[in-house]
Design a protein around this ligand. Structure first.
Ligand code: G1P
Length: 912
């Protein structure tokens, strides 16, 4: 509780650790525990949650967020107290639940940090305290550890019999409903000196049952390494007839366990349980005893003695916990902020962690999940690279290169992404669907990469193209496609065709230019960024992504001119079929004519029917750049003239969409105002919104979309289900993609405002997100940002959201203004007064040019944004000769690259 008697978490030090009193008085809370080895766990204040390494290998029963409070399938640790009865150290017993709202309720305090979780639960009535610490150790083992320490807090001796109980699901999430029982018949349950292991005989799949090798287990030891007394390997025996996991007969009646330490198969054909009985102990007042519980899985039978030697003692536990803390601290401290608000700085550490979590969990393996089956989406692949460029930059080049292998020659892309980098899989479900925004993101990410690294050669690197049985952006099927030939575009001679990255980018951005609907904006196709706009595939248009593509065309054009200037290249080699797309180099297309564009595109499709000749043509760099620029300018002009909604209030905004009836979606209608934030973000983020339009858009957003309770909404209330637009409007208003505060769009809006020089307005947007997220009594979430804030103000889908990448990126490159410009370091701070500390300092630690830099801004005059300028810069105390550009100050990459690697370098910037 804070001073105002509000329940909230609070930071306990300076490294992001926090505590939350009465942690079990919240629902939907969960904490991630994970490692690079593929163990993905989540844990709630009552130790609920799951442990899995993928969709088909759940150690504990798979769950969704409602199960956190409604299901009894959770990690548990029981204590039978002589004379007093059963008590759950995790808080999961029928009795504790019944007493939850009474004075007899336990007290529970949560503490957590990177990446560990501890709950201290005390029963004043019983005179016992249990401290349960959980984490997933560093390394490649798929292991989760729990240490339970029981302390006698009563004035008298306590005699206790402890029993760990963790349900072992040991199979695929698909078996949760389909074949739930018959798959339990596959279970082969083994007990050994320390616990229970299940290796199902087959993995159930009606297309062909296969021998299963994966093995799952729960093992335990007393803190000193002592073996348990015996086991309860079968759930139904443990709970007893009429019992349940939260009131199991074996504990409540303190039944003796089955011994069975032999390691031979012990039981088969039942739902299994990691039920571990420890010896009865007597604790004197103040005395404690500890236990270590190991949840583990392996690709074969588990080597239990090796496992327990490594993980099975409290001494080992302490060391591993320290390693784990050090590893995660290292990861999140790659970027560190220091501003006038230390709490906000610590909060940013949790945001910094989020992109790493998304890389490890994808979107599926925490209790809130967008899709349940694992896998990654194309859009997310590119968005996640934004944060990696800041946090793990060394990896990004090859990631980007691999990702481009998913592009089809029609500018669309594979949507099923394999396990290995660069592995894309043909859609066997045959769902012909193109998300029209997909082609726009890769260039945005690549541009950031080029700016951060200066690696222009990357554009000329070659990569293959993806091919499957879809062509012409899924409008046609390719009857000649042979899956056996692999998912690669080939030449007429049958060779795998490779083109430069630049060629891929050009296809992705040029083809949409011609793919327009009746209002001459790019077709919405299957949906755009908003996955929920999925019911306007015939006539729908995404005006907002039209502006994104146009901005890309202009930026690519500028990039080509730079490449020519810096590298001296006069020509560009491209597949000959692409000549069609540069119409101004041959027969110009009338851009005002929708049918002319469509016909032109059809001619291109006909010339490259999922195959290319393999012949390249050399085009003049200048002419290609001119062509792109001309196309971009045409779109800007078209949007400003035709898609501007002039409000009666004096302000205005961009219409973002046309629906499947060809109607303009946004505007002031008699039924109310229809406006989307998405519609504004992309014109602002790129070049489509003219400078004089920006203040009008801001005013319209503030008026129509800002709600004091939940922040900047994604859209106004359209008041109906919009079958001509998408499922999003079937969602209740104020939830998810229908009018919630959707962090991703809000942050991109903030980013765009900073970019366009509206710093105070941008800051207001980011602040609102921060304030909503940290207002625990309403948001009910741990530090970090949610995917969205719902109508009630609750933070939803915590941890796994692409918006964290955007927030990190915005803080580093916009707010602190530490960013690359074709490899050089540009300093362009956009800090506002409150962000400087009492000494007028604000600083950031980040990686640039493979060097760790600490950039410290000191304001010696005004700290009001707009009033200060960079006055001087020193590097490790030595004055740097300033190269001023319109945006700020440039420090050459050569200067930074010459610094020794492996240590931190100080860049002191005086603002005056
Ligand atoms: C999620 C998806 C993202 C999509 C968005 C809107 O956002 O991951 O690709 O564009 O919903 O439909 P996120 O969870 O990344 O915030």
């Amino acid at each position: 509780m804070d001073q105002n008697n509000k329940q909230t978490w609070s930071f306990t030090g300076t490294n992001g650790d926090f505590k939350l009193p009465q942690s079990d008085r919240n629902s939907y809370l969960y904490f991630p525990l994970v490692n690079e080895g593929g163990m993905m766990s989540s844990v709630s204040p009552k130790l609920h949650g799951q442990a899995t390494s993928g969709h088909n290998t759940f150690l504990t029963p798979p769950l969704s967020v409602e199960d956190l409070h409604n299901s009894r399938d959770s990690r548990n640790f029981w204590v039978y107290i002589e004379g007093k009865g059963a008590w759950s150290a995790a808080g999961n017993s029928a009795k504790q639940n019944a007493e939850f709202y009474t004075d007899n309720a336990d007290d529970a305090m949560l503490e957590a940090g990177f990446l560990w979780h501890k709950v201290t639960r005390s029963s004043a009535d019983l005179g016992i305290t249990a401290e349960i610490t959980s984490f997933v150790p560093v390394g490649n083992d798929k292991v989760e550890l729990m240490r339970v320490t029981l302390t006698n807090t009563s004035g008298k001796e306590l005699t206790l019999t402890p029993t760990a109980a963790v349900p072992l699901f040991a199979r695929s999430a698909d078996d949760l409903r389909d074949h739930r029982h018959v798959t339990s018949l596959l279970n082969r349950i083994y007990t050994s000196a320390h616990g229970v292991e299940v290796q199902p005989a087959l993995s159930f799949d009606e297309r062909g049952h296969r021998i299963n090798h994966t093995s799952y287990g729960v093992f335990g030891a007393e803190g000193n390494g002592n073996e348990p007394l015996g086991f309860f390997p079968v759930q139904e025996d443990f709970i007893g007839e009429g019992g349940s996991l939260d009131w199991p007969e074996a504990v409540v009646l303190n039944r003796a366990p089955e011994a069975g330490k032999g390691g031979e198969m012990h039981r088969e054909g039942y739902e299994a349980l990691g039920g571990i009985r420890f010896r009865t102990i007597t604790l004197q007042p103040g005395a404690s005893n500890s236990y270590v519980i190991v949840l583990a899985m392996d690709s074969q039978r588990i080597d239990v003695s090796t496992l327990m030697n490594k993980y099975g003692t409290t001494a080992g536990f302490e060391l591993l916990l320290a390693d784990n803390k050090a590893l995660w601290a290292d990861k999140v401290n790659t970027v560190e902020f220091h501003t006038g608000d230390p709490s906000a700085d610590q909060w940013m550490k949790w945001v910094t962690l989020q992109p790493v979590l998304r890389r490890l969990y994808g979107n599926s393996f925490l209790p809130y999940h967008d899709y349940g089956r694992g896998g990654r989406g194309w859009r997310d692949l590119w968005q996640d690279c934004l944060a990696l460029l800041i946090m793990e930059p060394a990896e990004v080049r090859s990631l980007l290169l691999n990702n481009y292998a998913g592009v089809r020659f029609d500018g669309s892309n594979a949507t099923i992404i394999g396990q290995q980098p660069g592995e894309f899989i043909a859609d066997r479900n045959n769902i012909p669907r193109v998300w029209m925004d997909h082609g726009a993101w890769p260039f945005l990410t690549t541009k950031l990469y080029l700016d951060q690294s200066g690696d222009l050669e990357f554009l000329l690197q070659e990569q293959c193209y993806f091919r499957d049985n879809f062509m012409s952006r899924c409008r046609e099927r390719d009857a000649s496609w042979d899956e056996a030939a692999g998912p690669y575009l080939r030449t007429s001679a049958g060779d795998v065709y490779k083109g430069t990255i630049l060629e891929h980018i050009l296809l992705q951005n040029l083809i949409p230019f011609f793919n327009v609907g009746e209002h001459n904006n790019i077709l919405l196709e299957g949906a755009d960024w908003n996955d929920g706009l999925d019911m306007a595939a015939e006539r729908g248009e995404s005006v907002t992504f039209t502006s994104f593509y146009a901005s890309n065309l202009l930026d690519i054009s500028r990039l080509l001119r730079t490449v020519k200037e810096l590298k001296g290249y006069e020509t560009l080699e491209l597949a000959e079929e692409m000549l069609h797309l540069f119409d101004s180099l041959g027969t110009s297309v009338d851009y005002n004519s929708v049918s002319a564009k469509q016909e032109h595109l059809n001619r291109f499709y006909a010339s490259a029917p999922n195959k290319v000749s393999g012949i390249r043509v050399a085009l003049s760099m200048d002419k290609v750049a001119d062509d792109l620029e001309h196309k971009a300018e045409w779109i800007f002009e078209h949007l400003r003239r035709n898609e501007w909604v002039q409000s009666e209030q004096g302000d205005g905004w961009f219409n973002g969409y046309y629906n499947n009836d060809g109607e303009q979606v946004e505007g002031e209608f008699t039924e109310g105002v229809r406006m989307t934030l998405t519609g504004q973000v992309f014109p602002l983020l790129g070049h489509a919104a003219a400078p004089e339009q920006i203040p009008h858009i801001i005013a319209a957003v503030e008026r129509n979309l800002l709600d004091d309770r939940i922040g900047y909404r994604l859209n106004t209330d359209f008041g109906g289900i919009q079958q001509n637009l998408g499922r999003a409007f079937g969602f209740a208003f104020g939830h998810k993609e229908n009018g919630a505060m959707f962090s991703h769009m809000t942050i991109m809006y903030g980013n765009a405002l900073y970019k366009r020089g509206y710093v105070n307005e941008g800051r207001k947007v980011l602040e609102s997100l921060y304030n909503l997220s940290v207002d625990f009594e309403t948001s009910r979430m741990y530090p970090g940002i949610p995917e969205y804030i719902n109508e009630q103000g609750r933070g939803m889908y915590t941890y796994l959201t692409g918006s964290a990448s955007w927030l990190l990126l915005t803080m580093v490159t916009e707010v602190f203004g530490v960013k690359g410009q074709l490899g050089d370091l540009l300093l362009e701070p956009k800090l506002v007064k409150e962000q400087f500390d009492a000494e007028g300092k604000a600083s950031i630690k980040t990686i640039f040019a493979e060097r760790e830099l600490e950039v410290v801004y000191t304001s010696t005059g005004s700290s009001v944004y707009g009033e200060y300028q960079i006055h001087s810069v020193t590097l490790n105390g030595i004055k740097v000769t300033l190269q001023r550009v319109s945006e700020g100050v440039l420090i050459s990459r050569d200067l930074l690259s010459a610094l020794p690697a492996g240590k931190s370098h100080l860049v002191e910037v005086e603002l005056a």
